[in-house]
Design a protein around this ligand. Structure first.
Ligand code: NAD
Ligand code: TDX
Length: 351
């Protein structure tokens, strides 16, 4: 059956890769990229597919419920893949309410539009909520998050994502809305906004600026190449069990300081700098409040039941990512001018 799918947040980092994959792989689907173009949204991320006949861009805010409902009707929307969100933990510590509005109220607005437009036929439509492993809180030195790990969010960001997950589930239970949720680990790759660890440090190394490692650098994250996350979303959207959730991750844990040292080594090689040049930029700064110690995803369910697994190793993905930033300096320059400078100064002023 042909579909008319709203992908929210399609101008952002992960959303742009999901939009590209769906536009290219499913020419029979109409793909509507719904995005408010906040500081994190950038249509440059989609220049290569913007004139595809099955692609439409709608600039809209998910907080504007009337506009959202009108867009559902205008495009006879059959499905939603919801990625629009405030996504940066440090920003959530500075202004939690923005996260409540976009991540919780925005999600409920979309759920209400879906409930209204798909009335009487919920089983034949799907609301796919793209969520995070951060809803599970933190792990100690051992163990993994599974689909049954209890929610225990520690940051305003993860609390807002947990809230949105709960609302999606509640609309499934209460009204019968068809849904799936994916909880993914840390992504990296092209188009990642340089407020997050990997692109921030690539940008700072290029400009010989300090690399602000929080605390002692022993927090651990599980990294997945963004295109593999987009492939996982495709898999679960099409084949995942209704009213269920899947964890997505690369079985690829790195202590922050080890990752930063690897990144420094690769950057020295690619920039032709003397070994050790980038590492000398490392600067240990005040820790993030409530900083989760360790995330590690058990992705065996999506692997065993749906056959998904990552397609690139971390070394390959990181190398491709660095190459992308080095050959897209204009993109990097554009997103780090203006408001970014104010953010950077506020964020790192007292660290
Ligand atoms: P991002 O910040 O790069 O992009 C977010 C996009 O949403 C932007 O294009 C922005 O313009 C749009 N947006 C924000 N508020 C909006 C609003 N009110 N109305 C319409 N559009 C709005 O985020 P990302 O890193 O690509 O993350 C995408 C999704 O994936 C988020 O839901 C995030 O929680 C989830 N996620 C991210 C990661 C990660 O490592 N980045 C991991 C797991 C899950
Ligand atoms: O300057 C920094 N120094 C530093 O040490 C920054 C920005 C981060 N860090 C640390 C904090 C984390 O332990 O690096 C780790 C990764 O930080 P982020 O890139 O900010 O990611 P994280 O907080 O782990 O959250 C990310 O993964 C899960 C995304 O931003 C979320 O949207 C996603 O849900």
């Amino acid at each position: 059956m042909s579909k008319s799918i709203i992908i929210t947040g399609g101008a952002g980092f992960i959303g742009s890769h999901v939009v590209r994959l769906f536009v290219n792989n499913y020419p029979e689907y109409k793909i509507i990229n719904l995005d408010a173009l906040t500081y994190a949204g950038n249509l440059e991320n989609l220049r290569d597919i913007e004139s595809a006949p099955n692609y439409v861009f709608e600039k809209a805010d998910i907080l504007d419920k009337d506009v959202i409902e009108a867009l559902f009707k205008k495009h006879e929307v059959t499905d939603v893949i919801h990625l629009a969100a405030e996504s940066h933990v440090d920003r959530s510590i500075l202004s939690p309410l923005d996260f409540v509005y976009t991540n919780i109220i925005g999600t409920v607005n979309l759920l209400n539009a879906a409930k209204e437009c798909w009335k009487g036929d919920y089983a034949n439509h799907r609301f796919h909520h793209v969520s995070t492993d951060e809803v599970f809180g933190t792990l100690g030195d051992t163990g993994f998050f599974t689909e049954t790990t209890p929610y225990s969010p520690n940051s305003p960001y993860s609390a807002s994502k947990a809230g949105s997950d709960h609302f999606v589930r509640a609309y499934g239970e209460t009204y019968g809305l068809g849904y799936v949720i994916t909880n993914c680990s840390n992504n990296y790759g092209p188009n990642h906004f340089p407020e997050k660890l990997i692109p921030l440090f690539i940008n700072n190394i290029i400009h010989n600026k300090p690399l602000p490692v929080y605390g002692k650098g022993d927090n651990t994250r599980d990294w997945l190449f963004v295109i593999d996350h987009a492939r996982a979303i495709d898999t679960v959207f099409h084949n995942g069990k209704n009213h269920d959730s899947y964890n997505v991750g690369g079985f690829n844990e790195w202590k922050n300081i080890d990752l930063v040292k690897l990144l420094c080594k690769l950057m020295d090689e690619k920039l032709g700098r003397t070994p050790g040049t980038s590492e000398a930029l490392i600067s240990y700064v005040k820790d993030r409040p409530g900083h989760d110690l360790r995330y590690a995803i058990d992705a065996s369910r999506i692997n065993k039941e749906l056959g998904w697994k990552p397609s690139v190793t971390f070394e390959e993905g990181l190398s491709k990512t660095i190459d992308w930033y080095l050959s897209n300096e204009t993109w990097l320059k554009n997103v780090t001018s203006g408001a970014y400078q104010n953010y950077y100064e506020t964020q790192y002023a007292d660290r």
